[in-house]
Design a protein around this ligand. Structure first.
Ligand code: FMN
Length: 183
């Protein structure tokens, strides 16, 4: 049976490099793995009152999407030395109501990028700290931080650098092994 990978992009801007990186990454998935992008920009800010009073419809749809996935791929930029607020909001929404987290036990891969030299490494480390708490088995190695990402793209949005592609393929292969171990 095919596996479903929920893809969450930490940036909500239209021409996001993280989105382009995610699109390149899903092209490296083997046969039998289907990627589904999960939007996070429509989610109202998490408020614990919703847990008792009833959640917005967007929360329900989002939680259902994650619940139905076998694993989650996070691709994120760095905002002020952490991952973006929209992504934290999505993580909080999925983690509640208490005891009903949709993240629990789902294998995850974090890939970060930046146009600069920092490669989103600090965002990735913050994100992986939160995902560990949420009980998501993570790809530990190889760590996937991509510096100068915009310079690696061709005009069609595809990564042209063969070394980068080879590295990202090894990251995806490790993710697939992790998913198989937990399925
Ligand atoms: C609010 C904000 C904070 C940022 N902070 C960082 C940072 O801490 N480290 C970094 O490398 N880049 C930082 N950047 C630059 C981002 O890496 C850059 O905007 C990148 O293109 C964002 O990824 P995206 O194209 O997927 O939106 C920041 C950008 C914004 C808008």
């Amino acid at each position: 049976m095919s596996k479903k990978i929920a893809v969450i992009v930490g940036s909500i801007r239209k021409n996001s490099y993280s989105l382009q990186l995610a699109q390149n990454l899903i092209g490296l998935l083997p046969e039998g793995y289907q990627a589904e992008f999960v939007q996070i920009d429509q989610l109202p800010l998490y408020n614990q009152d919703y847990d008792s009073a009833g959640s917005p419809d967007q929360y329900t749809a989002f939680r259902d999407q994650i619940r139905s996935a076998d694993a989650v791929l996070f691709v994120t930029p760095e905002h002020n030395r952490s991952f973006p607020a929209a992504l934290k909001n999505a993580l909080d929404i999925g983690s509640r109501p208490y005891g009903q987290s949709v993240w629990n036990g789902k294998p995850a891969l974090v890939v970060s990028q930046s146009p600069g030299n920092l490669s989103g490494a600090l965002a990735s480390n913050h994100l992986r700290q939160v995902l560990s708490f949420l009980n998501m088995p993570l790809v530990g190695q190889p760590e996937a931080y991509i510096a100068g990402f915009n310079k690696l793209l061709g005009e069609d949005g595809k990564i042209t650098n063969q070394d980068t592609l080879q590295f990202l393929q090894s990251v995806i292969n490790t993710f697939v092994q992790l998913i198989q171990r937990y399925s």
